[in-house]
Write a protein that binds this ligand. Structure first.
Ligand code: PEP
Ligand code: MN
Length: 338
């Protein structure tokens, strides 16, 4: 931590600040320039609240130089993490595509969509059996019955399954059917739940909270990692901003920022990210260009009658087009899409 003192700070102020830092357990290095004194405080204190210093007379600015997350950080593990999920590698050269409906609605629906997305190159079938809906009166998902249908559709067409788990008491059940556990945006800071996910042997895909900063998101990943589960994938799914022209604002800039700060793979979800069907393909292109390790996208065989998120779900032909376009972009940056 670097403590920059005010130009008019007195020697008495400086000594008091140094004493406070020592009392908190920091080693202090003092540099005194012609006009200004700067203190370097050395020590790992993740709980230290910098406001405790900012309030002292003579302090101008306090800067943290280390990140509060450790296991998730690039400095802890310089090379990219690559997870091998039943032969599908995420975080490597290949960009993995996860596609399917927002929710499993019927046997006919999930089998029809699984067949289409597999044909066009998806590796994962996505879809929820348990849906986090804003209204308690909206369709809540088919539950375990939906997961069973999803698993058999995925197996039939050679896909893996990613599906949401909404609560600690659902983990055992969802693990029976899923290859990756999806944690919804609304649960990103459910810390007790994250601790339980730390004990799971399945990879976890942690969606970014609606108003979470990148640091908060990485701190949530840290909860899962520190519980012992090393397979954490991040998913940018759009954040809430003042803009109302789109459902969310897809934060493409989070992709290179995450790559700089963390070794964990990052998937982009342009469906929730922008929330408007005809703008999903350009956002998927942008996400691939920015370095996403995967794309998660909603596809429906009959989006006009979907029980949730129909307006942002692609028709199967549009999904085919998306795949064609992102293959070209991937190649341009030395990666590939199957
Ligand atoms: C979903 O993937 O359908 C979903 C509900 O996502 P999010 O948690 O990002 O809103
Ligand atoms: Mn959805």
């Amino acid at each position: 931590m670097v403590v920059v003192l005010e130009q008019h700070a007195t020697e008495q102020d400086v000594e008091r600040i140094i004493k406070v830092l020592h009392d908190f357990g920091f080693d202090v290095h003092r540099s005194t320039g012609v006009n200004q004194t700067v203190l370097g405080a050395i020590g790992v204190k993740p709980d230290f609240d910098t406001r405790q210093l900012e309030l002292l007379p003579g302090v101008a600015h306090v800067y943290r130089v280390t990140e509060p997350f450790k296991l998730a950080s690039r400095s802890f593990k310089p090379e990219n993490s690559v997870f091998d999920i039943k032969g599908v590698k995420i975080g490597g050269k290949e960009i993995v595509v996860m596609a399917g409906p927002c929710a499993v609605e019927s046997e006919e629906q999930i089998f029809a969509i699984a067949e289409q997305v597999a044909k066009h190159g998806a590796k994962f079938l996505r879809g929820g059996g348990f849906k986090p809906r804003t209204s308690p009166y909206s369709f809540q998902g088919m539950g375990e019955e939906g997961l069973k249908l999803m698993r058999s559709a995925a197996d039939k067409f050679g896909l893996l399954v990613i599906t949401e788990v909404m609560d600690s008491n659902q983990i055992d059940l969802v693990e029976k059917y899923a290859d990756v556990l999806q944690i919804g945006a609304r649960n990103m800071q459910n810390f007790n739940f994250l601790k339980e996910l730390g004990k799971s042997s399945k990879p976890v895909m942690l969606k970014r909270g609606l108003s979470a900063t990148i640091e908060e998101w990485l701190m949530s990943a840290e909860y899962v990692l520190s519980g012992g589960n090393k397979q954490v994938i991040l998913c940018e799914r759009g954040i809430r901003t003042f803009e109302t022209a789109t459902r969310n604002t897809m934060d493409i800039s989070a992709i290179p920022v995450i790559h700089a700060k963390s070794h964990l793979p990052i998937v982009a979800d342009p469906s929730h990210g922008i929330g408007i069907r005809d703008k999903v393909i350009p956002m998927a292109r942008a996400a691939v260009a920015a370095g996403a390790d995967g794309i998660m996208v909603e596809v429906h065989n009959d989006p006009d009658h979907a029980k949730s998120d129909g307006a942002q779900s692609l028709f199967p032909d549009q999904f085919d087009e998306l795949m064609k376009q992102i293959r070209i972009i991937a190649e341009a940056i030395g990666r590939n899409v199957s």
